[in-house]
Design a binder for this molecule. Structure first.
Ligand code: 2BA
Length: 107
C-alpha cells in the first residue's frame, strides 16, 4: 500500500476531493500552511494500493493548476525609508509525496 500526500491550492481542493471520491478513493483533508508564503494550502492524504497510484496522480494533475503570485519580500532601505520589493512566485499545481505504508489498520 502507498500513501499519496498532496499539497494543493485551497481553490483546487474541493473539486479535487470530489473527483477522487467519485472514483472511490478515500481522502483526508488537512488545512496546512506553506512555510514560504505563510498562506493557507490544503494537504490531502490518500491511501491506495500500489497499482492505483498512477490513477490518483492523473486525477490530481487534471484538477490542479499552476499559479503565479506576487509577494513582497523583506523590505530594503530606499530614499523614502523602507520599501518592499515585489517578487513573482510560481506555485506548482500540486506538490506530491508518495510514501510506502508498512501497515494499515482500521479498528
Ligand atoms: P510555500 O512554502 O508557501 O511555497 C510557495 C511557493 O513559493 C513554492 O511553490 C515555490 O514556488 C516558492 N518558494 C518556496 N520556497 C522558496 C524559497 N526558499 N525561495 C523562493 N521561492 C520559494 P511550490 O514549490 O509549488 O510549493 C507549494 C507548497 O507546497 C509550499 O508552499 C509548501 O507548503 C509545499 N511544499 C513544496 N515543496 C515542499 C517540500 N519539499 N516539502 C514540504 N512541503 C513542500
Amino acid at each position: 500500500m502507498k500513501l499519496v500526500m498532496a499539497i494543493v491550492h485551497d481553490d483546487d481542493a474541493h473539486r479535487l476531493i470530489r473527483e477522487l471520491n467519485s472514483d472511490d478513493f478515500s481522502v483526508t483533508k488537512l488545512s496546512s500552511t506553506g512555510g514560504f508564503l505563510k498562506s493557507g494550502n490544503t494537504t490531502l492524504l490518500i491511501g491506495v494500493s500500489k497499482d492505483k497510484v498512477d490513477n490518483v496522480l492523473d486525477i490530481i494533475k487534471k484538477n490542479c493548476q499552476t499559479r503565479k503570485e506576487l509577494i513582497s519580500i523583506t523590505p530594503v532601505t530606499g530614499d523614502a525609508g523602507f520599501i518592499s520589493v515585489p517578487m513573482e512566485v510560481n506555485i506548482g499545481g500540486a506538490t506530491i509525496f508518495v510514501l510506502d505504508v508498512e501497515n494499515n489498520y482500521k479498528f
